[in-house]
Design a protein around this ligand. Structure first.
Ligand SMILES: Nc1ncnc2c1ncn2[C@@H]1O[C@H](COP(=O)(O)OP(=O)(O)OP(=O)(O)O)[C@@H](O)[C@H]1O
Length: 482
């Protein structure tokens, strides 16, 4: 791309970066700072009514992400205008290469999730960024629990993405609403993105990485520039009801710590640590029987596949609109294989935790082997262990180090059955569910989350760690093989 020889002479496009001297746009700026902005961060380039060239961008050069308009007046010569127009068009082409511009967004805001600041965050940070990218916005603020289910169930399907300002409970409601939509197959294929305004915000932590998981501006950039990434969905059949889940199913300590700390939402994700410590002190045995269909139970084998998958992008190649939307939803078909191929877990359990994304919160990478690509769900069963070992499991939990603890059984399964034998808590995607028997199945190729990288960002996990002997070797897990 050529640059204009007028006031754009110091603007360069080099290696995917827009590089400019601040004086090129702003003659009042005497600093002449050299700014380098990745093309990814360019939201818009154009010429306004007053003949100002404006480039809207997210500037992260000083650590904090700031929405910035860099602009400069055109010189009153026709050829300058033509050159500037060509320049802005070229910049837009490279900044949006292969991507749709001016996305139509269905924005749903939960005003009570997390610290209860979603509406203020939307007005102050989110809307200005979406406006700068010329997105078309259709916004609703929820007014009761379950409202997102109702909105998703009835929504028009004419959107490029559903943007959820909420925690993971909001996403859970959206997918369950979409599943009830008269055109559920098509509805569930609309890409979903989260803006982190809940407590755990696992969708953001996994797709943007733990460092940027609470970065609202980057989450907005993901909405604008992200592409649909594969995301498994799990059907949970409980009695005569079917629910969908995308993140976790927890019973025992891990459910108690989530549901038992809901009144502490003001603490943000700190409430989960408090809940875990309380659970270690009481160390209750979870009254459940667990059966599963094993896909892989060897931690070392999982590591080699996991490492490969973690480095790849898992974007959908096909156009979502080209899908056959008339096929029956997979979970509406009856379960055929009632009895064959199931393995029963035969030890006392402190908790059962199944999940489809590595991070369940910023402080806990519970499922480091989880990738968007596999047709299975990762299951962790914490067999009865000493309090010391359970506390040890918190050390390095943000890097998934508890994976190596032997008493933590780690499995990849294609189906899971849980049957309570007493009283307790069941949390699905962090939401409260009846503590009753359920069966879970895995479904791939339906749901899409927006992502910039096409993978879960698990760089903190040491895939190349050499197992040592002793309580944390983990590699000796063999009793779960079929
Ligand atoms: N206007 C509202 N009034 C009351 N409850 C609401 C309203 N809107 C949404 N909710 C409920 O708020 C609950 C919590 O939402 P959400 O899960 O998104 O936040 P969180 O629990 O703080 O975050 P996370 O799930 O990331 O830990 C959900 O059960 C949802 O139904």
């Amino acid at each position: 791309m050529s640059t204009s020889e007028t006031q754009f002479s110091s603007v360069l496009l080099d290696g995917g970066v827009l590089q400019y001297s601040t004086s090129a746009f702003d003659s009042t700026n005497r600093g002449h700072r050299l700014a380098k902005i990745p093309l990814l961060n360019i939201l818009w380039a154009g010429i306004d009514d007053k003949k100002n060239v404006i480039v809207s961008l997210l500037d992260a050069t000083k650590g904090k992400w700031v929405l910035r308009d860099v602009q400069g007046p055109l010189q009153p010569k026709d050829d300058t205008f033509a050159a500037a127009e060509e320049w802005t068009k070229s910049l837009m082409n490279v900044a949006y290469a292969g991507l749709k511009r001016c996305k139509r967004l269905r924005v749903l805001i939960n005003p009570v999730g997390g610290k209860g600041k979603a509406e203020a965050i939307y007005a102050r940070e989110v809307k200005p960024i979406f406006d700068a990218a010329h997105c078309e916005l259709d916004v609703t603020v929820t007014d009761h629990h379950g409202h997102m289910v109702e909105l998703a169930e009835k929504m028009s399907l004419d959107y490029d993405a559903i943007v959820v300002l909420s925690g993971d409970g909001g996403i859970h409601e959206v997918i369950n609403g979409l599943a009830k939509h008269p055109q559920a197959n098509k509805a569930l294929r609309i890409p979903i993105a989260q803006i982190p305004t809940g407590s755990a915000n696992a969708v953001c932590i996994n797709t943007l990485g733990p460092k940027d998981g609470f970065n609202v501006a980057k989450a907005c950039l993901n909405v604008i520039k992200g592409r649909p990434m594969k995301q498994n969905v799990y059907s949970i059949i409980q009695g005569d009801k079917t629910y969908l889940s995308f993140l976790t199913q927890a019973a025992g300590l891990m459910a108690d710590l989530d549901l038992g700390t809901e009144k502490l939402r003001w603490m943000g994700d700190g409430r989960f640590i408090l809940g875990y410590l309380k659970g270690v002190v009481t160390k209750n045995i979870c009254p459940i029987e667990v059966e599963y269909k094993l896909v892989e139970g060897n931690k070392q084998k999982m590591i080699s596949v996991g490492k490969e998958n973690a480095a790849k992008a898992h974007f959908y190649e096909e156009d979502a609109s080209a899908q056959d939307h008339d096929t029956a939803l997979p979970w509406s078909e009856p379960i055929k294989d009632k009895s064959e191929g199931w393995t029963k877990f035969d030890k006392p359990i402190i908790y059962l935790y199944a999940g489809g994304m590595p991070y369940v919160s910023r402080d806990l990478m519970q499922f480091p082997m989880s990738t968007p690509a596999e047709e299975c769900i990762d299951v962790v069963i914490q067999a009865e262990a000493s309090r010391g070992l359970m506390l040890k499991a918190t050390m390095g939990a943000e890097k998934g180090e508890q994976y190596w603890i032997e008493s933590q059984v780690y499995l990849k399964v294609s189906a899971l059955r849980v049957k309570p034998t007493g009283r307790g808590n069941l949390a699905v995607d962090g939401e409260h569910y009846p503590f009753e028997a359920f069966e879970l199945r895995v479904h791939s190729g339906i749901l899409r989350f927006l992502s910039l990288e096409g993978r879960y960002v698990t760089d903190a996990f040491a895939f190349d760690r050499v197992p040592t002997s002793g309580t944390s070797s983990g590699a000796k897990q063999t009793h779960t093989q079929p």
